[in-house]
Design a protein around this ligand. Sequence first.
Ligand code: MRU
Length: 377
Amino acid sequence: MADQDVQTPVGGEPPALSVLRWDELPEGPVLVLLDQTRLPAEEVELVCTDVPALVRAIRTLAVRGAPLLGIVGGYGVALAAARGYDVAEAAGLLEGARPTAVNLGYGVRRVATAYWAAAEKGAGVTEAATVALAEAQALHREDARASVRMAEYGTALLEELLPGRGYQLLTHCNTGALVSGGEGTAFAVALRVHRQGRLRRLWVDETRPLLQGARLTAYEAARSGMAYSLLTDSAAGSLFAAGEVDAVLIGADRIAADGSVANKVGSYPLAVLAKYHHVPFIVVAPTTTVDMETAEGTLIIVEQRSGQEVTEVTSPGGVSEGAGGGKVVAPLGAPVYNPAFDITPSELITAIVTEEGVISPVTGVGLAELCARSSQV
Ligand code: MRU
């Protein structure tokens, strides 16, 4: 495809996705989630009235993606406080729902700390619950602002690395409005490039086994009107070899102090491919995803998920059956290796883009300086 083929966005923007909202019903407050297991077939809301329901939503990936897990964790604590449940117990349940995305624990602890600080200063239960909700809302707003900044820094970086051209970008998993208080992380960069009329194509990895790329990123890309194509994860290699990828943009679930990045399984092979083909490999994540307490990537706990996600080719929720239908595809009892994430070492990463700026090359020192800067704001 020639550079003149760069697509100019036409028509209006679609309405923003309502991914999560706090609602006050006559029977009490609730957290309303867009059930991501049902996308793209149906936009169905999931109403969570208590923490166990939220934990189920997190485990089944009805709500998912690192930044959104942080926001949900925060609101989960606020929900427990508002409904008079034990906040410490709720915080423990929420934080333990999934192990890899550091944002979940961050959101939970931040709101629980605000609640306890208010209680310690003599606030009653209702007042402390109001403080908790305000903290969750602040986290939600901050994430939306971070998303805007990451998109700005990310597009500036692409212009610096690949000046004066349109891009074919490859992404993995789902990193858009469905995982964020705003328009996302890596996807927000692609969206901004699209709005600038410089996105030639977004290559969307289907992202086996739960198909976050096929179901969710393709859904967001189609809504935005950008040029995109879906590919199987294993087709990425031949795409690089054909010279059809200008840069890889992915998100992160946890960034260790040495700059290694945990992200959806399949990210590491893309980084190896990108290195071999001299293509920039860019990680886009808010500073809330950086975990300076985990010294190195090998120490990150990688969630292992059920083997059924691999032995059965089905959609996780109510997605309609295609011509092939959902089926068991492996022999009964087949042993399975199903890590949800993998770790990409810093030497394979061209840059990490955050709301506080860009680190390139990616080093532990650069990351520490960035985090020091972000804690001063
Ligand atoms: O298992 P998921 O769907 O929660 O995994 C999500 C990812 O791996 C995303 O790439 C990551 O959270 C970054 S989202 C900004």
